[in-house]
Design a protein around this ligand. Structure first.
Ligand code: GLA
Ligand code: ZN
Length: 680
């Protein structure tokens, strides 16, 4: 497969989003207007059918797809393609009433009632049958439609089911995982603790809220199982699409949710053809700057991008204006929409899509932002901003299919996140594993270096610098992989709270970080101090006598054979080592024993990047910078995230928005951006 999301270049970036015409079938005037307005806004794609089951199959076995065919025809004739969802995310009432087993059971063991959405059991054979049937009918009705661009499986998978079917599947999953040997499980889960021993797999229950939650391995494995159950369920939908779709080359995706906690997306990613996700940053909040919000969104893009590095991803949903489900639903300020769209493309997406085209008149999302508001006109602020974005995307069409060539990587893993959070240690509120990973990622971005976000399963071969923040759970062979990386000349930074437990949450014996990683870094972490928010310590850097502020966590080290680069400034561990380095020819393994304020660590990162020979770029503060590489061109993206006017110097290439050649300075207003094309 080549790098294009759709298997072939379509010479455009997708600009579209969720469209729910089934809510307006009695209003042909509205449906007509929708298409007219979508065209005016440069919309070239509509995502259909996400919640249409009740309209497809109003009674069991009675199918109606004429309306869908009509809508897809009309869209297609007007240059708008369709991404077609399978409707499994919300079920018709008749289905739940007749077959209650399709509804989920909650963590207290109670069966849900019909309602809301995303409320089905992943194990129910009956649900799987019903879903396969509706997919079959859908594929037969519109599977060969010329406007069909892609299949979209269900919607935003999430949540857990604790029903008896899921429980049995969990037991079978454990039986396989622990080689049908209950004593192996008892050992790996350390169940002799609090008399938790099992004598048979059939005795194991999920960690019900009112049940067994004291076994770390059980809690972790339940989360892994839930991901696997989604994978298994999703495969049923994918198989149905593949079996019944007359066109075999239409790619399949499902929409992720960035740093969504409940599912290890990397497992699902392997089953789909393209990654897509829904991004809803809390713009203009009262807890972080605009730049922080934007960088978080970019980090999430990088996680998505990292799951399929050989292809662009899609931004399947975003809010054209405001959302309706946050604590405070604030308006996106003028210009933000456009800059966010360009950031998305800069991050490696080939689309900017929305939820939604037109606001629902009633029900739970009637006040959620849309291209077309209740006022019904095409002259609203939001409409104009979306239309402007459409123009911008058409000017960036050439970017389609281009990729990243990142030289640095930050490791971020879901099951490590679960394991850290599940550990009864440290502090309740300051573990913040995902934001720590984000912060390291953003730090490198400040040097004009965009790191990949990867898992320990990924190859490290293409990287020169790898950062391993808080890898509490060190799986088998990962220490060896990191060792190979350093021995081949790589620069590695490992932080506090790494290598405490194995993949079943059993503590490593013989010193942290375990499994031989302590040998690589040349230190052993003997104790860890958890600081209250008001506590302070510092690390004094020997080389330049600067002090980095320490907060939250400080490990006490025994140094075996590493060079000490910094020592604690306070408390009973004053003067003890806190930053070390062990050399392996050109390769180096650094160990950072405490959580520090990254803003004070610029000099250190500069050094790491230099040692790793990663290409950096001197950027004015407040500029976010990305690159994408096409066949013959390189695309550079500069975004001004600050409140100030910024002058960029030494810009050379074609300004893709103005079409002019630039050679010199470019002034960027706040929320401004520049996309430059350079021929390689
Ligand atoms: C999610 C869903 C959409 C819609 C939006 C609202 O992303 O997939 O159906 O509910 O949220 O923000
Ligand atoms: Zn279930």
């Amino acid at each position: 497969m080549n790098s294009y999301v759709f298997g072939k270049p379509v010479n455009k970036l997708i600009h579209g989003g969720d469209y729910n015409p089934e809510q307006w079938l009695s209003r042909p005037d509205i449906l007509e207007k929708d298409i007219e307005y979508m065209k005016q806004a440069g919309i070239n794609e509509a995502t259909l059918g996400v919640f249409s089951w009740a309209m497809y199959e109003p009674k069991e076995g009675e199918f109606h797809f004429d309306w869908l065919v009509q809508i897809m025809d009309n869209l297609y004739q007007n240059g708008i393609s369709t991404i077609l969802a399978t409707p499994s995310a919300a079920r018709p009432v008749w289905l739940d009433h007749k077959y209650p087993e399709v509804m989920r059971v909650d963590g207290m063991g109670n069966r849900n009632r019909h309602g809301f959405r995303h409320n089905h059991c992943m194990s129910s054979e009956l649900y799987r049958e019903k879903v396969s049937l509706i997919i079959r009918k859908l594929a037969e009705a519109v599977g060969d439609h010329p406007g069909l661009l892609m299949w979209h499986i269900s919607n935003e998978f999430g949540g857990e089911c604790y029903c008896d079917k899921c429980k049995s599947k969990f037991q079978e999953y454990l039986r396989r995982r622990f080689h049908n040997d209950i004593e192996e499980l008892n050992h790996e889960w350390w169940t002799t603790f609090w008399s938790a021993r099992y004598s048979d797999f059939s005795e194991i229950e999920p960690p019900y809220n009112n049940g067994q939650t004291a076994i770390m391995g059980l809690n972790l494995e339940w989360k892994r199982f839930t991901t696997r159950n989604y994978e298994d369920y999703m495969s049923v939908e994918i198989d149905a699409v593949r079996a019944y779709s007359p066109k075999k080359d239409i790619p399949i995706t499902t929409n992720f949710m960035g740093r969504f906690y409940g599912i290890d997306y990397r497992v699902l990613a392997k089953k789909i053809d393209a990654i897509s996700w829904d991004s809803y940053p809390a713009f203009h909040n009262d807890f972080e700057s605009y730049a922080d919000t934007m960088f978080s969104a970019a980090f999430d893009n990088a996680i998505m991008k990292g799951m399929k590095k050989d292809k662009p991803f899609l931004l399947m949903e975003s809010a054209p204006g405001l959302v309706n489900w946050m604590q405070y639903n604030k308006l996106k300020r003028p210009g933000v929409h456009e800059q966010f769209a360009v950031q998305t493309i800069a991050s490696g997406s080939d689309s900017v899509q929305y939820f939604q085209m037109r606001k629902s008149r009633g029900a739970a999302e009637q006040f959620h932002g849309a291209l077309i508001d209740h006022i019904g006109t095409n002259d609203t602020r939001i409409f104009k901003e979306v239309a402007k974005t459409g123009e911008v995307l058409s000017k960036l069409a050439e970017v389609e299919g281009s990729l990243k060539k990142n030289e640095a990587a930050v490791i971020f893993e879901w099951d490590n996140w679960w394991a850290i959070d599940g550990a009864g240690a440290f502090s309740r509120n300051t573990k913040k594993y995902d934001t720590v990973c984000r912060d390291y990622w953003v730090k490198l971005m400040e040097f004009g270096v965009e790191p990949d976000v990867i898992s320990t399963e990924d190859s490290l071969d293409n990287y020169k610098l790898v950062i391993v923040p808080m890898l509490f759970m060190l799986k088998d062979n990962i220490a060896q992989k990191l060792t190979d990386f350093v021995e081949k000349g790589g620069i590695l930074l490992v932080t506090y709270i790494t290598g405490y437990v194995n993949e079943n949450c059993l503590c490593y014996q013989g010193g942290f970080p375990g499994d031989g990683l302590s040998k690589l870094v040349g230190v052993i972490s003997e104790e860890i101090d958890t600081l209250y928010p008001s506590d302070r310590n510092g690390i004094r850097i020997t080389e330049d006598d600067t002090v980095w502020e320490v907060k939250d966590y400080a490990e006490i080290l025994r140094v075996a054979d590493a060079e000490v680069l910094g020592r604690y400034t306070d408390d009973f561990y004053k003067d003890m080592p806190a930053l070390t380095c062990k050399k392996y020819g050109p390769g180096k393994a650094y160990y950072q024993a405490a959580r520090c304020s990254l803003s004070q660590m610029d000099g250190f990162f500069e050094k790491l990047l230099k040692e790793a020979q990663v290409e950096t770029k001197l950027l004015p503060a407040g500029i976010e910078y990305h690159r994408r590489y096409g066949k013959d061109s390189m695309f550079e993206f500069y975004l001004n995230l600050s409140e100030e006017v910024i002058t960029l110097k030494d810009i050379c290439g074609e300004n893709m928005i103005s079409g002019e050649q630039t050679d010199g300075s470019v002034v960027l207003e706040p929320k401004g951006y520049l996309v430059v094309k350079r021929t390689r």
